[in-house]
Structures are given as structure tokens and as C-alpha cells.
Design a protein around this ligand. Sequence first.
Ligand SMILES: [Zn+2]
Length: 485
Amino acid sequence: MTKKNYFQISTAIDYPTNFPHAGHLYEKICTDVIARWKRLQGFKVHFSTGLDEFGSKVAKCAKAKGMEPQKFVDYMSQFFLKLCKLYNISYDDFIRTTEKRHEKIVNEIFMKNYDNGDIYKGEYEGLYCVDCETFYLEKDLDNGYCPIHKKPAEVVREESYFFKMSKYQERLIKYIKENPSFIRPEKKRNEMLNRLKEPLRDLSVSRTSVDWGIRLPIDKKHTNYIWQTALINYLTTVDYPNKKFKDFWPCLHIVGSDIIWHHSIIWGSFLMSAGIELPEIFVHGFVNIKGQKMSKSSGVVVDPLKLTDKYPADAIRYFLIREITFGHDGDFSEEALKERLNNELANDLGNLVSRSLTMVEKYFDGKIPKGKNELKFDIEKIKKLMENYELTNALSEIWKFVQEINRYINKEKPWENEKRRETVLYSVLDSIKIVSILLSSFIPETCEKISKQLGFEIKSLKDCKTNLLKEGKIKRGEILFKKVE
Ligand SMILES: [Zn+2]
């Protein structure tokens, strides 16, 4: 996709009925890594994240707390903003669906669908899970219970406006087949194609029973279906239909596998109806704990707002990307986090930087020695992995460089070998520089510290070439990672 020099990327917007969990964090970190990488490549990036604040479930939660819905979401939003801040999520826009700018665009898209003849009035009766904000077919429920929330689905009947999704079935199938990058990984794409073998049903896109929502422009008794309201955030965030939208769209959506259907099939048909180009979707896996899906009901939860009390944000970022292969489910455990923090971040990287700089102080009076870098790096391989969003593999390739530098310094022993000292230390420092540019999308705070100590700026992937490190004084700082027992 990546048309021109612009790149739009989004996380899904979170439902603020509960505090943020590790799944929210994981999605934001993965998206942040890609956004930072693209910026490093020279793209102008628009990265959005935010909150999905309407719907009956939010209204119920607010009521239970004795709050007005707007007050409630205002209150909850601070925790999600704090999450982004704690983990250095470099979003360009934190969008909330209750903002005025959003209402305008929701109405505009709805009217496009309406004017295109795709909206009609009918009556809906169905089995509805309030927690999912989704109607289910009998066969998709577990004995009448929502497969995700394990709660009985309610029979809901009401006047409703419908969107003619059935009209887009063939076009969607054709589009998915012709555009392999529309839904990735491929396994998920095939899942959607399989589901499209069943006839698509028209979609109820309004409610009279839900008060907390955006009123339909054609009938104020109705509020807009929460999913339509939510999905349109990706247009609002780039100021649809103005210049920013024209520059940036289409977006890359990073979403969990439970909402691919909404992002590909439902969103795809709304956009086709409105005459807007379709986005790309990359599906990531779930963060499990000991193989169990994290959820409040199972009691298995990690609080990402507290985790940074014990571990540096960069260690958690590093761990999640390294441990959970992007596109697959993976496991979170503090044991594994500690191990990676101690062995890889503290030993491989932290020690390397610290002992190299100590030697520069000791032998060269704190000045970067002259020399020619003897080490070689295959940056192209990493670029290619990142191009395919193989974040985990890219990170593990970069880590091989880190280990390579360690092997080199251990073999060359610049503390003993005086003749080779200048060349070896220059090679090591110049290599640390390259590695820290490559790692800066993954562990930005740490790489910023390294760059300050070595006296260079992290700006562009183009600087990932050997022998660019200039002479100058180093500024040895604190150690990068303390070990955690
Ligand atoms: Zn449910």
C-alpha cells in the first residue's frame, strides 16, 4: 500500500468499560513499533488509537457507578491515556468517539450509505450479546450463551434501519481474492473467505433501545449502531474528506482476531457503499497467561498500569514483541520477562554499552577513537522482515547483531590487545550506534539514552551504515538495565 510518502496506521479503539489490560497494551506496542519504524524510514506517519465510548454496555457501567455516561468515559479515558504515556506509545491522535468532530463524520458516512440506497427500515429480532454489542445466530451460540462472554444472549426485537450488506457479498469475495494484503496473515484471510460461503445477512445499523449513541440524521428516534460509529473513527482521525484524508488513507488496521469480521467484512461493505478505498488489516494474536485467554471473568489479568513499577517500560515492550510471534497467540509470564530482561537487555545490551564506554574513558580519555568498523550487518534482511510485519523475527535478527558485537569484543579483548584497541573499540561503538537505530522502534527510551551517551541522533534508517560515527566525547550515563531477581 504505502502510497506516496504517507502511512496511516491504527490500533482498534478500546472499550472503556474496564481498566486497560495486557491485550490493549500489546496491540498498542505492536502498532507503535511499526509506526516508529515507518517514521525512521522517512514516511510521514499518522498513528491513531483511542476509545469506543458509546453503547448500552458503557451506559450500564456508568449507571452502576452512579455516573453520567460522558462523565464515566471521561474518567475512564485517563487510564488509557496513562497506559500510552507509560509505554511511550507515539500516537498522533487519541480519538474518542464521543467527540463532536466524530459525530459529523459518522453522519456523513451514514448519509452516503443512505443516498446510495443501502439503508432501509425494517424490524429486527435476534439474539443479542450486550457485551459484544453483536447479534448472534443460534448456531454460533453455545446453547444460547455468548461464546466469548459465556452469558445468555437476549432476544431483542425493535424497529431498525438496515444496511444492505448482502449487496456487497460478491464484491467483497472478489476484493479479498484479488488483494492478498487486505487481510493478513493469510490464515485469517482464508477464514473470512470461508465465512463468506454463507449468504451475508443485512446488518441492523440502528437502535431505538440504546440511548447512549449518535442520533441518526434521518430519524432521531434511532441511534447509530455502535460498530458503525466505532469503525468510522479511522476516517475521522484523518479529517475525512479533507487533505489529510487524501494524503494518508488507506489505513493499516492492527486488530485482534476477534474483530477481523467487523474490520474486513462489515467495514469493507460500509466503505464500498460510501465509495471509499478499503484499508489493510493485520491481525495479531492474543496474549495468554499459561495458555489461558486473559479475561476478567477467568480472573487471569495482568495490570499493565502497575507492571512498570517493577520493570522498565522498554523491557516489557521488548519482551512482548520478542516472546509473542506477531500474528500468533503467545504467553505472558513474569518469569520469562525477568529472564529476557536479565539475560538479553541487561547482559547482552546493557553490559556491552557500559563496558565499551568504560574502556573509551580509560584508554582514550572519553574520546571516540578513530578507526574502521570491521563488523558487517545485513540491514536489508531486517527491512524486509519489517516490510512484512514480521516484528518478532526482525527483533530476533537485530539481537543477533548485538550478540555478534559481544562475541567480537570477547574475542578481540581490547583491554589486553593494545595494538588492536583503537580499531576494535571504534568497531564496537560504531556497531552499537547502528544497532540502537534499528532497536529504537522497539525500545525507544533505551536507544535514546545510548545515542546521548555516544553523541549522535536517531533520525533515519539511512544512518544504519558503518563508519558514520564521528569523533567526539562520550558521556557515560547510568547503566541501561538493572537486573531483577
Ligand atoms: Zn459476548
